[in-house]
Design a binder for this molecule. Structure first.
Ligand code: ZN
Length: 260
């Protein structure tokens, strides 16, 4: 039986955890930020070292492919995202990227025969923490397959115009994408004519598997996410000492929300 390298995987975990290190055992690595580009550079460096072919699509998704023995066989892709939320964990997303890398590295190191091309992949802007919404680029790329009620949420022009929710040198996602050296050709997008299967491993980020004594489970659903910008109008006062009777509270407060 072939085995992946624990040593090589540990090295990847430690290395990728440096890109956006928030100093408390976690990371802040917004999509298309300098920190995310460092993670992409590391991905390219390691995948190039094993002879994988590197490609980028027009949304800056990144693909590294080891050719198989059958030139007509479709690709099998493994991957996830390398962006994080603010003060996110070291494993969310990137664990699925590193797993795909480790498969390719094992295949290359052990010279394992394989018929299908094998691809490791990084999706762009899964979290949407800087440029909302979450799952933006998978929404763009899978647009034709989305149910009609979801399509308005992922209109290409609206996605490109998405404004940053935190500090950024770019006015919107489209500008950040245009400036990225990882923006490539639309023809390189993952698609059914070139790919036959996709695997993604992902950290559960909850206690259910552990509580049930399971090491792994298959995902059936993911949560839906909505982001809102909320602006409170009123005045500030000390939360503990300002008398309750003098608080205007929700009664007078004007709450404006903007669905972002
Ligand atoms: Zn994730």
């Amino acid at each position: 039986m072939y085995k992946c390298s624990l040593e090589r995987m540990s090295d990847k975990i430690k290395t990728f955890a440096q890109f956006g290190d928030a100093g408390h055992g976690g990371i802040t690595r917004y999509s298309l930020s300098p920190e995310a580009h460092m993670a992409r550079d590391e991905f390219v460096k390691r995948m190039t070292a094993i002879g994988a072919k590197i490609e980028c699509d027009d949304c800056a998704c990144l693909y590294a492919t080891l050719e198989g023995s059958d030139p007509n066989a479709k690709r099998i892709v493994m991957g996830s995202h390398c962006d994080s939320v603010k003060n996110g964990g070291n494993y969310d997303g990137i664990e699925g990227v590193m797993t795909g890398m480790e498969v390719l590295e094992t295949v290359a190191a052990e010279n394992i025969p394989h018929k299908h091309p094998l691809t490791a992949m990084i999706w762009t802007n899964e979290e949407g923490s800087l440029y909302p919404p979450a799952m933006m680029v998978s929404g763009i790329i899978c647009y034709d397959y989305l149910p009609d009620y979801l399509k308005p949420n992922f209109e290409y022009d609206n996605m490109m115009a998405s404004k940053p929710m935190d500090k950024s040198e770019f006015a919107n996602f489209g500008e950040a994408l245009a400036a990225s050296k990882y923006k490539g050709d639309k023809a390189n997008r993952i698609s059914p004519d070139k790919y036959c299967a996709m695997f993604e491993t992902h950290l559960e980020q909850g206690p259910i598997l552990e509580d049930n004594g399971n090491e792994i489970g298959a995902v059936q659903l993911v949560m839906g996410m909505f982001n809102y910008r909320v602006r409170f109008h009123g005045f500030t006062a000390h939360a503990g000492t300002f008398p309750m009777a003098k608080r205007s509270c929700m009664r007078d407060m004007t709450l404006t929300t903007r669905n972002s």
